[in-house]
Design a protein around this ligand. Structure first.
Ligand code: DOR
Ligand code: ZN
Ligand code: ZN
Length: 390
């Protein structure tokens, strides 16, 4: 079949290091199947499914279940992320080796939703990860500094009456774990960087040779704490939306490479968990189907990245970080490819109800955004075309 790609941009299939698929446990918000459809429509050919499911993915049975559901669905490569910790309070190290050697072949372990506050536990996790040659993806929050916190600590939060979430809760743990990773000789990945101060910490750590990589979400590139005035829980996310100054630093750092890649932190929530008071609402936003458009708006239209740069931050760097040998490298002639075709000039209006996710909690409701994914190919097979699953 010949596809007319006139005027469009051909990119390597996107790789998302940070997706919440909610299966098992919260199938009223998302399943492997519905999340895979959202991923394919968003131009993704691989997603890393976060471990904070119910039960938690801290053992081979759960990661193999998620992995198998991904294979059965067949729309995107679903790579389960294992939990770093296990136990009722996450008080001990999970059996990382068992998950790594399972059929799921887990390469990334995370404390997302279960922050490793104990430095000794984190140190042991990092040492273990070095021996296994896997990556610890760290949620970047010192939980003892964010108890009760609701929104970015600053002028807006205090004026509007939100309990403040300090930037130092993120910056201090990133600094700590960069030091621990360097001592362990480990590779560390920082999830959802949200502050200018964390960019400074990462620059310092990279300059001194720490093997650290970092991701930024589309929402932290575009949205700011100015949105808090409406008290709409759709804007509640962890880490919180920061200031316009923070967002500008994140965009510059992504262009420069201090931030390595974009990851969605796609976080579907059931209606009753968002359609409620701010304090009761769950943190998180949908991201898979809007990521490319938000990157087009914030990075391409501003001249910060060209399309070569988009390929780097959406596909090549995340594939390298997670050790996906089969993504983001030059293809052999005739080899079935993971590819995404993007119309850079087309625009669309985001409607949560029309997204493939079961949940509808998009912060971009009604927004007109540039950059439309027109075709996604997984190993040479069309998975999505013109906004429809194939
Ligand atoms: O906003 C968030 N939602 N941040 C996280 O770290 C977890 C996620 C979730 O699981 O809903
Ligand atoms: Zn997180
Ligand atoms: Zn997350």
């Amino acid at each position: 079949e010949v596809v007319d790609a006139g005027g469009q941009v051909l990119l390597p299939g996107f790789v998302d290091l940070h997706t919440h698929l909610r299966e098992p446990g919260r199938e009223d918000a998302e399943t492997v199947e519905s999340g895979s459809a959202a991923a394919a429509l968003g131009g993704y050919t691989a997603v890393f499914a976060m471990a904070n499911t119910d039960p938690v993915a801290d053992n081979a049975v759960v990661v193999e279940h998620v992995w198998r559901r991904g294979r059965e669905t067949g729309l995107v490569d679903v790579h389960p992320v294992g939990a770093v910790t296990a136990g009722l309070k996450g008080e001990k190290l999970a059996e990382l080796g068992t998950m790594a050697k399972s059929a799921a072949g887990v390469r990334v372990f995370s404390d997302d939703g279960h922050c490793v506050a104990d430095p000794l536990l984190m140190r042991r996790a990092l040492e273990y990860s070095t021996a296994l040659d896997v990556v610890i993806a760290q949620h970047a929050e010192e939980p003892r500094l964010t108890i009760g916190a609701q929104a970015h600590e600053g002028e807006n939060a205090s004026r509007l009456g939100y309990a403040g979430w300090p930037a130092s809760a993120e910056e201090s743990i990133v600094a700590r774990d960069c030091l621990l990773a360097q001592h362990a000789g480990a590779r560390l990945h920082i999830c959802h960087v949200s502050t200018a101060g964390t960019v400074d910490v990462l620059r310092w750590a990279k300059d001194r040779g720490t093997r650290v990589s970092a991701e930024v979400t589309p929402h932290h590139l575009l949205l700011t704490d100015e949105r808090l005035a409406t008290y709409d829980p759709v804007n509640k996310v962890n880490p919180p939306l920061r200031t316009a100054g923070d967002a500008a630093r994140l965009r510059a750092a992504l262009a420069e490479g201090v931030l390595d890649c974009v990851a969605t932190d796609h976080a579907p929530h059931a209606v009753q968990d968002k359609d409620c008071e701010w304090a009761a609402a769950r943190p998180g936003m949908l991201g898979l189907q809007t990521a490319l458009s938000v990157v087009t708006e914030t990075m391409v239209r501003t001249g910060l990245l060209d399309w070569r740069g988009v390929a780097r931050v959406m596909s090549e760097r995340p594939a390298e970080i997670a050790g996906l040998a089969d993504q983001g490298r030059p293809l052999e002639v005739g080899e079935p490819a993971n590819l995404t075709l993007v119309d850079p000039d087309a625009e669309w209006t985001v409607r949560g109800a029309e997204l493939a996710s079961i949940a509808a909690n998009t912060p971009y409701e009604g927004m007109r955004l540039p950059g439309v994914v027109t075709l996604t190919l997984l190993r040479g097979q069309i998975t999505a075309r013109e906004g429809k699953i194939v």
